[in-house]
Ligand binder design. Structure first.
Ligand code: F0G
Length: 449
């Protein structure tokens, strides 16, 4: 059960079916464009959607809003140093700002960035720097740790003539785009070894570091007696630095960080930080945000919280399986992923099966989930034909932290069961309008019948 009790409540909207139909039509059949006032249960993202604790709300009042040298920064810096062991701590307003600044400082034209999977904003920052992002996911080779880096492929690249162009190896922990699967300690250590031998930096996208650390304690007997915080420290120790969106495991609604061992790289990041985010002791955040984050970064490694979080995700995965959905196994922590290609074999990838499922679920129950398929990861075909498909057509039921109870998730599973039963009748979609990058946020779509 939840290791907390409710102290403050927020009513949720119950739009009628007719209102939902209208909202979806008005939004160009894109759930990102539907207002939250028309959403009953919002599982679009676990990012920035956490409920803060009483201790965090109370920490807000201690916020020091001094432009330079704020005490709030000192508290934040000290928690991040203790957690990661990295001396250089740079706050930013969210993860993608960290990516833009750090990858912009590190990468240039023709460089390569190798990862277990670059998240979409990470890839955008690699490409903005003139470099190329290469994903080498390990797949399910290692039981319970399907989020790793394919070390053999990475090694082949590093020993090839192109190896000299590799500027960094990035491990996204947990691997959001690859089903939210964790990365094992052995895989992180293997990547460390590879990077050391080839003189390449190893960086963590640590947005869900605590969940990754907990899953290591739960799934790897060699770490069963360690605390999630100890395991997190070991993960950080193996890398040369990290960035994170603190809208996830910071347990707050805004924030991000860059933390590094290298003072020279940190100095280059700070120069850019001042130009685009703010002075290095606030980095685009209010002092009070830094205090809420400092407290969140302590709470998030509480084993009781992480156990509840993992077990509720697992319960929800099992419940969706019972509802007739092909759930990606094993379930991680922050979300349950469903394979829409398997559920909707009659819809081709370029007709967006994951979008078809997500929109149907919204129509049915006012539930918002996100598509992680060809709308997000596909590419326009340079020859003008159908879009180049994403590797998988996943739908993500993201779980905001400390927000929804099992009853809310039961409601979602009941709506999902009705969609699964009617799967053969769902229409695909075509894209009517799209931006060149990150098209899923703004695209306008039309159902195919
Ligand atoms: N890295 C990972 C692994 C992420 O999941 C995200 C965001 C980011 C970086 C970017 O961070 O949003 O603070 O700028 N993921 C959100 C999601 C959007 O819904 O999964 P941001």
């Amino acid at each position: 059960m939840e290791p907390f009790r409710v102290k403050m409540v927020e009513p949720i909207p119950f739009p009628s079916r007719e209102e939902r139909e209208r909202a979806l039509e008005h939004a160009g059949h894109n759930l990102f464009r539907v207002p939250s006032s028309a959403i009953t249960i919002d599982l679009l993202t676990d990012s920035g959607t956490s409920a803060m604790s009483a201790a965090q709300w109370s920490a807000l009042l201690g916020g020091d809003e001094s432009y330079a040298g704020a005490r709030s920064f000192e508290r934040f810096e000290s928690v991040v140093r203790e957690l990661t062991g990295y001396p250089e701590v740079i706050p930013v307003h969210q993860g993608r700002a960290a990516e833009r600044i750090l990858l912009g400082a590190l990468l240039g034209d023709g460089d390569l960035s190798v990862s277990n999977t670059h998240f979409d904003t990470t890839r955008a920052s690699v490409e903005a720097a003139g470099a190329t992002a290469l994903d080498f996911p390990s797949g399910q080779g290692e039981a319970g740790f399907g989020g790793g880096l394919d070390l053999t492929r990475a090694e082949q690249l590093l020993t090839s003539p192109d190896g000299a162009r590799v500027r960094c190896v990035v491990l996204t922990v947990t691997n959001n785009a690859a089903g939210g699967q964790p990365v094992s300690m052995a895989n992180i250590a293997g990547a460390r070894n590879l990077c050391s031998r080839h003189g390449v930096r190893l960086l963590l996208d640590a947005s869900r570091f605590a969940e990754n650390a907990y899953l290591i304690t739960a799934r790897d007997s060699a770490h069963a007696s360690e605390s999630p915080r100890e395991v997190a420290r070991q993960m950080f120790t193996l890398a040369d630095g990290c960035w994170a969106s603190l809208k996830k495991d910071g347990l707050a609604n805004i924030g991000g960080l860059i933390a590094l061992t290298d003072p020279e790289l940190a100095a280059r990041c700070r120069e850019q930080l001042i130009a685009v985010e703010g002075f290095p002791t606030y980095g685009g955040l209010a002092g009070r945000d830094l205090d809420a984050l400092a407290q969140g970064l302590v709470e998030v490694t509480d084993p009781a919280y992480l156990r509840y979080r993992t077990e509720s995700a697992q319960w929800f995965g099992a419940r969706l399986t019972k509802a007739g959905l092909p759930v990606v196994e094993p379930v991680g922590c922050h979300a349950v992923y469903v394979d829409a290609a398997q559920l909707l074999p009659h819809i081709a990838a370029h007709e967006l099966p994951a979008t078809a499922f997500a929109n149907a679920l919204y129509r049915e129950g006012g539930v918002r989930v996100s598509e992680l398929g060809t709308l997000v990861f596909g590419r326009r075909n340079p020859d003008g034909g159908p879009d180049l498909p994403a590797p998988r057509e996943l739908v993500r039921f993201a779980l905001p932290r400390r927000v929804y109870t099992r009853n809310h998730l039961e409601y979602v599973a009941e709506a999902a069961a009705r969609i699964a039963a009617a799967a053969a009748d769902l229409p695909g979609y075509r894209i009517v309008e799209q931006a060149d990058a990150l098209r899923h946020f703004t695209a306008v779509l039309k159902p195919l019948n």
